[in-house]
Design a protein around this ligand. Structure first.
Ligand code: BT5
Length: 261
């Protein structure tokens, strides 16, 4: 089917009918020495992965499931920004759509990020991003619900473009995301300062300024049960979420955030 032409960062774009997980496939390709710029799109995934051994599930052809292979030549300390930037790219692509003159794109204009990179519309999850490091490569996987209807949602907290009154075809959404992602990736590998990174992220992050409850991967000082509550006040130079709790500020590198108010 008509898709995206390779060019710029995206040197090769492959489309498969079905696979287990596009992230698993590109991780294998990365281990085999594949060049940066490979994009793998699946019409259907049978073993889609989320973070922390969770699953990403969606009916065949109901949305986007794709991964990209990058080999960023940046200091390791900066790598943590890459999955956040992918989230910025997805939100920018959606908001860009919403601005197309004369076309109403419903909830697309309200797309925002929940830290680190869940894409939400009206508090529900439209898209998820999984970043995996394989040696010096990073595989970024994006799953986005396009045409799912209410009865098809894998979890009650999910939503889709159709349900948000923003029906769209998958290919133009994919093209827009790849364009935004390439654009930000080039800046990221080039001369983007830390301030520019944080600024771009802050602009689309709905978590900042909110009261949050964060389930951490393990216990930390101040949160022995692995749950921290407080106000999300900032993202720091490494992309960590800074939560102001009763005992002071905590910079979190991982965790599941619930927006309390
Ligand atoms: C994510 O994980 O949100 C990352 C999802 C990445 C999926 C893409 S698809 C292409 C590429 N290949 C892969 O194998 N993966 C990537 P996490 O933050 O852990 O969220 C997972 C949770 O989201 C699940 O436990 C469910 O609660 C929920 N979930 C699962 N499927 C969903 C869907 N279609 N829409 C909304 N939420 C979903």
């Amino acid at each position: 089917r008509a898709l995206v032409r390779p060019g710029g960062v995206w040197r090769r774009i492959e489309v498969v009918d079905e696979t287990g997980s596009t992230n698993a496939d590109l991780a294998e390709a990365a281990r085999g020495g594949a060049e940066e710029g490979l994009v793998l799109v699946a019409e259907a995934q049978t073993a889609g992965r989320g973070r922390l051994d969770r699953a990403w599930t969606a009916p065949p052809r109901s949305g986007l499931a794709f991964s990209v292979l990058l080999r960023p030549s940046v200091p390791v300390a900066r790598l943590g920004w890459l999955p956040l930037l992918a989230g910025v790219a997805v939100v920018s692509a959606l908001r860009g759509f919403a601005e197309v003159e004369g076309v109403s794109r419903g909830g697309m204009a309200d797309a925002a990020l929940k830290w680190p990179n869940d894409v939400l519309i009206h508090g529900r999850k439209l898209a998820g991003i999984l970043a995996e490091r394989v040696g010096d490569a990073v595989v970024l996987g994006i799953g986005l619900n396009v045409s799912l209807r209410a009865g098809e949602l894998p979890v009650p907290t999910a939503t889709s473009l159709t349900l948000e009154d923003a029906p769209a075809d998958r290919d133009p959404v994919l093209r827009a995301i790849l364009r935004e992602l390439a654009h930000r990736y080039v800046e990221f590998c080039g001369d983007w300062t830390e301030g520019e990174l944080r600024g771009a992220y802050r602009e689309v992050c709905a978590t900042l300024g909110r009261q949050v409850r964060v389930e951490l991967p393990g216990a930390v000082a101040g949160a022995p049960d692995g749950v921290l509550t407080g106000e999300a006040v900032d993202v720091d130079a490494n992309g960590c979420l800074v939560v102001r709790a009763a005992d002071g500020d905590h910079a979190l590198s991982a965790g599941d955030v619930v927006h309390v108010r």
